[in-house]
Ligand binder design. Structure first.
Ligand code: ZN
Length: 334
């Protein structure tokens, strides 16, 4: 019994934080650790930190690495999952980093690496808001907008592994500049970064807003989802308008995806959805329904906020490690 490999570590390597969760075969949480992602460091510094965090999580769960079946990582950017290589991760400053083999050397256990949005949506599909559906579109709204497609129970990765880049769907031709270099992408219209840009522009043009004060009070230099929530609770006019516009564009984005793929469900993940739930998703849903081409059965498509929040990434990584890209659904045991 003692030598059985029945434990897993799910890791979420984000641009701001690095999180590791140790779970057993039934996804019961045994330990978790979270630290800030080292910024502006060489990949090997970040990888050493990852190994440290994983070892610390295993230590607090009292699990030896010999009992770990796999460590599974969700990482941002373009990932070659077959070889465990992070090909491009602009917000980490990484190019062609062999993350899986580097971590495996340090930990002595098998390591797999997938795209963070894909693993997050796999978590929602298997254990969260996607349970019961076979075809699912996931849209993560954060500093950017990411997407993932699960078709007939399998992660759809595309010919080159690049499927799901829904954030770069052009919604407004000649709209605001996106960091990808094009204009009017959904990400440039409705991400948290876009909302912050619009709030700052409104203030610059002389409109009054509580957002800067709320940011100072919370000690944030960016307009985080908690700042958005506080500003909305205080009925800040600028925030309300910017938020409403973002919801409208997201509604159109969802409708485009549904018209193309006819999924059973659309799951909206990310920090804003986690905090505001239906206060965020309801208006997106209503706009989407207006633009559905099969209007008669539009409401059969469920558009829901994610359920697992921060756990979606680490849990989804474990789901993928256990089952590969085709995944059974299950009940999450807390
Ligand atoms: Zn773009």
């Amino acid at each position: 019994m003692a030598s059985r490999k029945n434990y897993y570590v799910g890791v979420d390597l984000g641009g701001t934080s690095l999180r590791a969760m140790v779970v057993d075969e039934k996804y019961r949480l045994l330990a978790s650790e979270k630290v800030r992602t080292p910024v502006g460091q060489k990949p090997r510094v970040t990888i050493a930190k990852m190994a440290e965090v994983i070892k610390a999580a295993l230590g607090s769960a009292a699990i030896r690495s010999g009992n770990v079946a796999a460590v599974s990582v969700g990482a941002p950017g373009t990932i070659n999952a077959r070889h465990g290589v992070v090909e491009q991760a602009p917000n980490l400053g990484w190019t062609n980093v062999p993350l899986a083999s580097e971590l495996r050397q340090r930990l002595g256990v098998p390591v797999r690496v997938d795209n963070d949005v894909n693993v997050g949506m796999m978590g929602e599909y298997a254990l969260g808001a996607g349970r019961g559906a076979k075809d699912l579109v996931g849209i993560f709204v954060g500093t950017g907008i990411g997407g993932a497609l699960i078709i007939n129970g399998k992660l759809f990765e595309g010919a080159c592994g690049g499927a799901g880049e829904i954030g770069h769907t052009v919604i407004l031709v000649n709209g605001p500049l996106c960091h990808c270099g094009h204009r009017g992408c959904a990400e440039a219209l409705a991400s948290r970064t876009a909302m912050e840009r619009d709030v700052r522009a409104a203030i610059q043009s002389g409109q009054k807003s509580l957002v800067p004060k709320i940011m100072r009070k919370k000690g944030h230099t960016r307009m985080t989802s908690s700042v958005i929530q506080s500003a909305l609770n205080k009925h800040d006019r600028v925030m309300e308008e910017v938020f409403k516009r973002a919801q409208y564009y997201l509604g159109i984005l969802v409708a485009n995806a549904v018209n193309l793929l006819d999924p059973e469900r659309v799951v909206i993940g990310g920090g804003i959805a986690a905090r505001l739930r239906d206060e965020f998703v309801a208006a997106i849903r209503e706009t989407a329904y207006e633009y559905f081409i099969h209007a008669g059965r539009a409401r059969a498509v469920k558009i829901l906020p994610g359920k697992l929040d921060d756990d979606a990434g680490p849990l989804g990584a474990v789901v993928l490690a256990r089952r590969g890209a085709g995944v059974e659904q299950g009940t999450l045991k807390k």
